[in-house]
Design a protein around this ligand. Sequence first.
Ligand SMILES: C[S@@+](CC[C@H](N)C(=O)[O-])C[C@H]1O[C@@H](n2cnc3c(N)ncnc32)[C@H](O)[C@@H]1O
Length: 206
Amino acid sequence: MAARAAGAAAPVPDPAALADARERAADLGVGAVSDAVGAALSMLSRMVDARTAVEVGTGAGVSAQWLLSGMRHDGVLTTIDIEPEHQRTARTALSGAGVASARTRLIGGRGVEVLPRLADDAYEMMFVDCGGADHARYLSEAVRLLRPGGVVVMHGLSAAGNPGDAARRDPAAVDAREALRTAAENDLLLPSLLPLGGGLLCAARV
Ligand SMILES: C[S@@+](CC[C@H](N)C(=O)[O-])C[C@H]1O[C@@H](n2cnc3c(N)ncnc32)[C@H](O)[C@@H]1O
């Protein structure tokens, strides 16, 4: 990660470290967020002054680098993945990026099983990028895990907002619509669907 003054967040991760993580992701055959999505993650982490963040879907650690770049310089990212090999790869990539090991906590397991074990009201930022059909459940966890003023971001939910997808009945589309409806109906969430990457459902925890 690029050098910076104490207390200040780096605006972007080191390009060479990002490229290295992307290459590792490609070797694993796993996705990684685009620079546009990454920049949004960094900006949102900075806006909420994130000291603690939680991510579901570590992959090779591309999004982790973006999240950490916007978080406080001493912020800690908890990141969850079901694939031990992905987490080993992310650990190597993050270490190569100069991220101190104390700034990340890697937990193996399914998001829906690990999140309920995390403390209430303890995070400023949550990012979900793991596919599947559990996004409404992740939102319920977000309401519990996030402090008021925090933000939850979920990647890959564009089907919730595309009028052309309204008739789709496949699990991904049904899940995306259910997640957006769940967020809109919860008085503790203020959602917005941004057309970045595969669709970013963002919601402020009010
Ligand atoms: C698209 S990749 C994540 C990419 C990462 N966010 C990045 O930008 O570098 C999705 C990851 O989610 C993990 N995954 C899939 N289902 C999961 C689940 N139910 N719980 C936790 N991780 C899961 C996969 O093993 C994979 O590493």
